[in-house]
Design a protein around this ligand. Structure first.
Ligand code: FES
Length: 121
């Protein structure tokens, strides 16, 4: 397992319940949702054709991709459309009033220096 690589995503107050945010790093995106006070972070690109999931519709904790309608259970990560396409969750922590996400599972092919120091604005 690779070393955790925590990045700042947003101040806690910016991600209040009902809010969502996407950050892009290199060719990838990370989506962070606050669902009734529970933060979830995951690979932000739909595994069908890479639409940004942050723009999907969320109803009853089912996230629907706005391009072709694939659906994801945002609690379990299960893709209800294609079993192999589950959401890839990322660890989250709060530190110094910032929401931080461990991005190392998505960036295993890069040297640490390539993405060090990246912070969302
Ligand atoms: S890109 Fe998400 S359903 Fe096609």
């Amino acid at each position: 397992m690779s070393e955790p690589r925590w990045i700042k995503v947003a101040p806690v107050k910016e991600l209040s319940p009902g809010k969502r945010k996407q950050i892009k790093i290199l060719a990838r995106a990370i989506a962070v949702f606050n669902i009734d006070g529970q933060l979830r972070a995951f690979d932000g690109l739909c595994r069908h054709m890479k639409a940004p999931l942050v723009q999907g519709t969320l109803k009853d904790n089912i996230l629907t991709c706005y391009w072709h309608g694939w659906q994801f259970d945002i609690d379990s990560g299960e893709c209800l459309t294609e079993k192999w396409a589950a959401l890839r969750f990322l660890d989250i922590k709060i530190e110094d009033d910032w929401v931080m996400v461990n991005i190392s599972p998505l960036y295993t092919n890069f040297e640490s220096d390539a993405i060090s120091g990246i912070e969302a604005s």
